[in-house]
Design a protein around this ligand. Structure first.
Ligand SMILES: O=c1[nH]cnc2c1ncn2[C@@H]1O[C@H](COP(=O)(O)OP(=O)(O)O)[C@@H](O)[C@H]1O
Length: 234
């Protein structure tokens, strides 16, 4: 494989560097955000969003699917860099995060901004990574199941499809008989930034999972990843 290094990507490669510890991402409250803006020079912002629809139905007459969650594009494993993440991206200098997410949503999933756009009301959390000088803003938007399916189809003709985005995936919202396959196994993928935590937060905020259901799923995910550490996989 040719090693061509970073080239033109060099300026931004540090933001996506692998090996983050989830504790590096601190949840911000309004005052924290204002204080950071006045005290830290060269803060960089990124904004990502989860689009979901609620449609309880039984997959194979067995598993309650609860609904649809577009937890990805802009690159999920499937991202250009091999990771999973939500649509969105870096906010341009001088741009507001909410304008950044709308721009990125249009570029990456072809979101029709005349019909759907993210506003401050959709913002549910922001996180700060001090080492990277990066603030991640996370948004959540519900659409109807019919519109969700239409949005999915549009992703194939988005400007960035095949470049930054390699296709969307739906997140399985159920757990199978072995207690791992389904949502817990999905969590064991590699995610960009703190997208795994954002997904968990988004599913709870959307009331697609109860706290109890989530804690059972997280326990299964943790036990599974722990058990994999001692396995020879290749
Ligand atoms: O879904 C996500 N949630 C949280 N952080 C993410 C997600 N996707 C990417 N990131 C992080 O956001 C930053 C910007 O990456 P991204 O690839 O989205 O921006 P870009 O497409 O503008 O280069 C990186 O630090 C990356 O690790």
């Amino acid at each position: 494989m040719a090693d061509i290094g970073w080239g033109a990507l060099e300026d931004s490669e540090g933001f996506g560097a692998l090996g983050d510890n989830i504790d590096d991402y601190k949840l911000l409250f309004n005052n924290d955000l204002n204080e950071l803006k006045s005290t830290v020079q060269n803060l960089k912002h990124a904004a990502h969003g989860m689009i979901f629809a609620k449609k309880p139905n039984l997959l194979w007459d067995l598993y309650d699917q609860k609904g649809y969650v577009m937890a990805s594009t802009n690159n999920m494993q499937v991202r250009f860099d091999g990771l999973l993440g939500f649509p969105g991206g870096l906010v341009d200098d001088g741009e507001e995060p909410v304008d950044g997410i709308n721009r990125e949503m249009h570029e990456e999933i072809g979101l029709d901004l005349e019909k759907y756009f993210f506003s401050d009301e959709h913002h549910i959390a922001s996180y700060y990574h001090a080492g990277k000088g990066l603030i991640l803003h996370f948004y959540l938007m519900e659409v109807s199941p019919e519109d969700y399916c239409e949005l999915e189809l549009k992703t194939l003709s988005a400007v960035e499809y095949g470049i930054e985005t390699c296709g969307i995936v739906r997140v399985p919202l159920f757990t199978m008989g072995d207690g791992v396959r389904g949502f817990p196994a999905y969590l064991a993928n590699q995610f960009a930034g703190n997208a795994r935590s954002e997904l968990i937060k988004g599913l709870l905020a959307a009331q697609l999972f109860s706290e109890k259901e989530m804690s059972v799923a997280l326990k299964a995910y943790k036990e599974y990843t722990e058990s994999q550490k001692s396995k020879k996989l290749l």
